[in-house]
Design a protein. Structure first.
Length: 279
């Protein structure tokens, strides 16, 4: 046994293993403590993973190379080895750095990237995890399934974040009314339904405008508007309005329900053919 530990390479292996276990245990403790102190979903685990990996890598250089002199050479060798062995792993690691550096999304954000959409529930060194949204993508409800998405996708694919910004998005919904309907009254019913929805949900358009402008996003008007077109058997009314990014389907349900309840007394009838709806 003494002969084994007298061998400098065996001793360095033991040091490396002990160091790895200690760092792993300490990282787990920090993540657990931060999770207990924060009532909201925390990204502490993401930063702890980075810090632990960085500290472990630097410590290995000191253990195996006996100082900081050969660090550049060691990093060059490691980078070349990673590139040869697995380009995908290296790209995933670089992707995680871009996610952190550019703040592409945070825990809880609703995102769409690489054909997958959902709520971000975890970020890691190689993958981030989504709680999948339904077929309607950014506007759908959660399916309960988890998606592990490689970080490398953020380097080559557009990242759509429906939560950042003001937390509100423009939604458009279309209804067709018959030709003998009072289309002006139908427009008014839709706008009245939106106003009631805004009042019930305490949606302040002026406050939303200020949030948008702080993020360098400018709109001339934030008020709802109804556009009209001619369709088979009647008139097509398209309502465009702002709503919370996670409550698109709910807002549409409330507005349509109020419209249907009020249309009979306003000389408005739905057309036989209605526009197709997504998902």
């Amino acid at each position: 046994m003494k002969e084994w530990f007298s061998d400098p390479y065996v001793f360095k292996v033991v040091q490396s293993l002990v160091l790895g276990v200690v760092i792993f245990v300490l990282a787990k403790i920090v993540v657990v403590i931060s999770g207990r102190k924060s009532k909201r979903t925390s990204e502490a685990s993401f930063f702890v993973k980075y810090a632990a990996l960085f500290f472990f890598g630097v410590s290995l250089v000191f253990i195996w190379l006996d100082g900081v002199g050969p660090i550049l050479t060691a990093l060059t060798i490691v980078a070349a080895a990673l590139t040869l062995v697995s380009k995908e792993l290296l790209l995933n690691f670089l992707g995680s750095f871009v996610i952190l550096w550019r703040e592409l999304f945070g825990i809880g954000d609703r995102v769409y990237v690489g054909g997958s959409s959902g709520d971000v529930i975890d970020k890691g060194i190689l993958y981030f995890t989504l709680l999948e949204a339904g077929q309607t993508g950014l506007t759908g409800h959660s399916t309960g399934r988890l998606i592990k998405v490689p970080n490398a996708l953020v380097l080559t694919m557009p990242v759509i974040n429906a939560t950042r910004g003001a937390g509100y998005v423009w939604n458009e919904m279309s209804l067709a009314v018959s030709r003998d309907s009072d289309w002006e009254a139908a427009k008014g019913l839709l706008l009245d339904a939106v106003d009631r929805y805004y009042a019930e949900e305490a949606i302040d358009l002026e406050r939303i405008r200020q949030v948008f402008e702080r993020k360098r996003v400018f709109f001339k008007k934030l008020t709802p508007r109804v556009y009209m077109d001619v369709t088979t058997g009647g008139f097509l009314l398209t309502l465009r309005y702002l709503c919370r990014s996670r409550l698109i389907r709910e807002s549409s349900d409330v507005i349509v329900s109020q419209f249907v309840r009020a249309m009979d007394g306003a000389g408005v009838k739905l057309a036989e053919e209605q526009p197709e709806r997504p998902g």
